[in-house]
Design a protein around this ligand. Sequence first.
Ligand code: RIB
Length: 303
Amino acid sequence: MKVLCFGSLNIDYVYRVPHFVARGETLASAALEVFSGGKGLNQSVALARAGAKVLHAGAIGAEGRFLLEELAAAGVDTALVEVLDGVRTGHAVIQRDESGDNCILLYGGANRAITREQIDRTLARFSAGDVLLLQNEISEGLYAARRAGERGMRVVLNPSPMEESLLPLFALADTLLLNEVEAAQFLGLPADAAPELLIDGLRRRLPETELVLTLGARGAVYACGDTLLCQRAFPVRAVDTTAAGDTFTGFFLASRLSGADAPAALRLASAAAALAVTRPGAAPSIPTRGEAEAFLSRAEADC
Ligand code: RIB
């Protein structure tokens, strides 16, 4: 079984700010840091650091080659990432405030230059039983999910960032990991709908899908068939929440693919995400499996 993450690769420009810039405001930032990021790249790194063998597919411009080094250093196979001429690498402008919260502005660049031909070329190397992990930062994601489904691949979807055009993709996913805002939008509910309402709605609309609803500092809820599980988040002092969700997704999936049951995968993913928010940056903040397991043992001993 092969695991393919077909997703974005971004250069993250992170500006430290006293508060998020408001309409019409000019605001001085206290610091600028540059990290490897992109939800696709982050999730590939998380999968690999959690112990999965993963191939990453996507596209960058020439100036983004250092992103391949970050992936390779984490143990990700980058042979399927294409370097495009005359296109800029995707990037993110991230404001990070004093509490570690962020807001993100994306420039898609090469991530949005992915064609159906690239997807066909890539998926031709995979077959029934292989896994495709998708987010929503590349072009033609819906096409990729359809083609993967036709090949008998298992589709895992993290529909982030959420948009209307993504809704048909939900029904193609075997596993869906999403946050409250994404779930509310899918269900047509208010953004502050209670988690119970969201998970009930998701179960009714997608009865065959393995569902993970992430709730930030309040943990996560898992549903599959008759199974319903709650996982608390481990309390930590947040420095930077960027890539916490990506870390959770990568660790949960790697853990499930290695045969762990859902409760164990949720615990490990929560521990890894908690560690990630204590460190600055996106990909560099993602812990190794050893670090996540050690954190988990300490957290469980403290209970
Ligand atoms: O999920 C965090 C990521 O979102 C950042 O690394 C940024 O690049 C955006 O894709």
